[in-house]
Design a protein around this ligand. Structure first.
Ligand code: ITT
Length: 199
């Protein structure tokens, strides 16, 4: 049992693999295992739009069910930015470190009580001949003043979890994968598939 995820991001593949293995006993593979697939331009202005586009494009080409994950960080003080632009906040091809640096710069001088943020993950499942299923998961927190922790990827080192008293990057993967936006979205997806397909 192997499910295709329309993603080029190896960190996502690794997290989704842990979550799906744990919750469904299913292995997931990213697009690195496939050749000759079209490049997908993520030009939609919502996570839902981009997740749908990635899943439907690849599912059409492969003629089989395909999942996609569109995710990012929404910062209250920045009116929801970087949002769908999270991967390229500091410019196309920017590294995680450059994106984090830009975020901290934009929040320079902003006090702790105004640094609220959420991680958002939208999962889409496109099944040939069916409508596309879309779910959203969120994880609330706030933006730290300095990066801390070595686990995870992206904005994890500056995503502080008040309940835990540490950043997402200080949580070992098996803990992140129980509480993350990605974990919450997966729970909703399983719920939906159970209702629809008796999964
Ligand atoms: P694909 O589109 O190929 O899946 P991508 O990395 O471009 O890969 P997105 O467009 O969905 O994916 O952008 C997601 C970005 O949001 C990601 O690069 C991180 O900067 C951030 N992000 C998403 N989930 C995260 C997480 O769990 N921890 C930290 N940052 C995260």
């Amino acid at each position: 049992n192997e499910w295709v995820f329309a993603t080029q991001n190896k960190h996502k593949v690794s997290e989704l693999n842990s979550i799906f293995r744990e919750q469904l006993g299913i292995k997931v593979v990213g697009l690195h295992s496939f050749k000759g697939l079209p490049e997908i331009i993520e030009d939609q202005d919502t996570f839902e739009g981009n997740a749908r586009k990635k899943a439907e494009t690849i599912s059409q080409v492969l003629g089989r069910p395909v999942f996609a994950d569109d995710s990012g960080l929404s910062v209250d003080f920045l009116n929801g930015a970087p949002g769908v632009y999270s991967a390229r906040y500091a410019g196309l091809g920017a590294t995680d470190e450059q994106n984090v640096e830009k975020l901290l710069y934009e929040l320079k001088g902003v006090s702790q009580d105004k640094r609220g943020a959420s991680f958002v993950c939208v999962l889409a499942l496109s099944v040939p001949g069916e409508k596309t299923f879309i779910v959203r998961g969120e994880c609330p927190g706030r933006i730290a003043f300095h990066p801390q922790g070595e686990y995870g990827f992206g904005y994890d080192p500056v995503f502080f979890l008040p309940d835990r008293g540490c950043t997402m990057a200080e949580l070992p993967p098996h803990v992140k994968n129980q509480i993350s936006h990605r974990a919450h979205a997966t729970e909703r997806l399983i719920h939906l598939l159970n209702e629809k397909f008796d999964f």
